[in-house]
Design a protein around this ligand. Structure first.
Ligand SMILES: NC(=O)c1ccc[n+]([C@@H]2O[C@H](COP(=O)([O-])OP(=O)(O)OC[C@H]3O[C@@H](n4cnc5c(N)ncnc54)[C@H](OP(=O)(O)O)[C@@H]3O)[C@@H](O)[C@H]2O)c1
Length: 273
């Protein structure tokens, strides 16, 4: 066993060159949902910087235009379109735009989520529950179902879901949202063996508290943050690019033996065995 490993090492080309090609996504096409701001935009940036053509989208055209301009200014190949992930017609149009303009797809990053209610779980209405599960879980699954056959046609690729530290430790006031994020961890594990047959790896990222518009009520509240900081090893809020890089890593050959996994990027918060 060890001898095989040594043989592999000794035939390895110059280390720098090898890692460069393994981290490259040149020639790949990546759909990132909800990618005109925050973590989605950071993921698109990180994938784009590794050479992928990224397809960005969100509900508002103005946001799409801004994100496309920003990514283009960074010499990233980018296509933009509107897409509300909760809407089947929009999901189909996002895929068709990608196929028409990029010729295929290799990577799906399912990043969109909503949280319309903050309060006790027992006060959550059926309407709120349905909305959270519909966008955060059902749309993530249906988008995957739509895109996967096209990734398979290219010989394989990657699906990455964006979950949350709340998947492991439900957050007070965010009960339904936390349950939806736990479902994504399970979806990742359930899909991985099935899609491995098509050479598709399925992984997930669980961010901690990241400084974006979505989490403003958390990081702008000193009392809440003091409490969170007690649970963090790295005593600060994370930045979106600290998640974007993890998403991109999972899509590269450097992560070729990782599937069915959820990577927590939380500054050490919510650690698990
Ligand atoms: N920030 C955190 O602390 C944190 C922690 C853990 C997990 N997360 C997860 O990270 C993901 C991204 O959150 P974020 O913090 O980056 O949020 P954000 O900065 O507020 O960005 C949200 C993005 O999603 C788009 N969007 C919202 N609803 C959409 C929908 N129905 N369909 C398509 N696009 C939609 C928004 O654009 P439009 O308004 O134009 O649609 C925007 O581009 C979510 O899954 C969230 O649960 C975040």
């Amino acid at each position: 066993m060890l001898r095989v490993a040594f043989r592999r090492l000794s035939t390895t080309p110059v280390t720098g060159q090898r890692s460069m090609s393994q981290s490259s996504l040149a020639g790949k096409v990546a759909i990132v949902t909800a990618s005109t701001a925050g973590i989605g935009l950071a993921a698109a940036y990180a994938l784009g910087k590794r050479g992928a053509h990224v397809v960005v989208s969100s509900r508002r055209q103005a946001g799409v235009d801004k994100a496309v301009a920003l990514l283009k200014s960074q010499d990233i190949q980018v296509t933009g379109t509107t897409c509300n992930v909760g809407n089947q017609g929009d999901r189909e149009r996002l895929l068709q735009t990608t196929l028409d303009q990029c010729g295929g797809v290799d990577i799906l990053v399912s990043n969109a989520a909503v949280n319309p209610f903050f309060g006790n779980l027992m006060d959550t209405t059926e309407e709120v529950w349905d909305k959270v599960m519909s966008v955060n879980v059902k749309a993530a699954f249906l988008m995957t179902k739509l895109v996967v056959p096209h990734i398979a046609k290219r010989g394989g690729g990657n699906v990455v879901f964006v979950s949350s530290v709340a998947a492991y430790q439900p957050m007070q006031g965010l009960g339904a949202y936390s349950v939806s994020k736990t479902a994504l961890v399970s979806l990742t594990r359930a899909l991985a063996p099935e899609l491995a047959q098509s050479n598709i790896r399925v992984n997930c990222v669980a961010p901690g508290i990241i400084k974006t518009h979505f989490s403003t009520p958390l990081w702008q509240n000193d009392d809440i943050m003091d409490d969170f900081k007690k649970q963090m090893c790295i005593k600060r809020v994370g930045e979106a690019d600290e998640i974007g890089g993890v998403v991109a890593f999972l899509c590269t050959e450097e992560a070729s033996y990782i599937t069915g996994e959820t990577i927590a990027a939380t500054g050490g918060m919510g650690g698990r065995l």
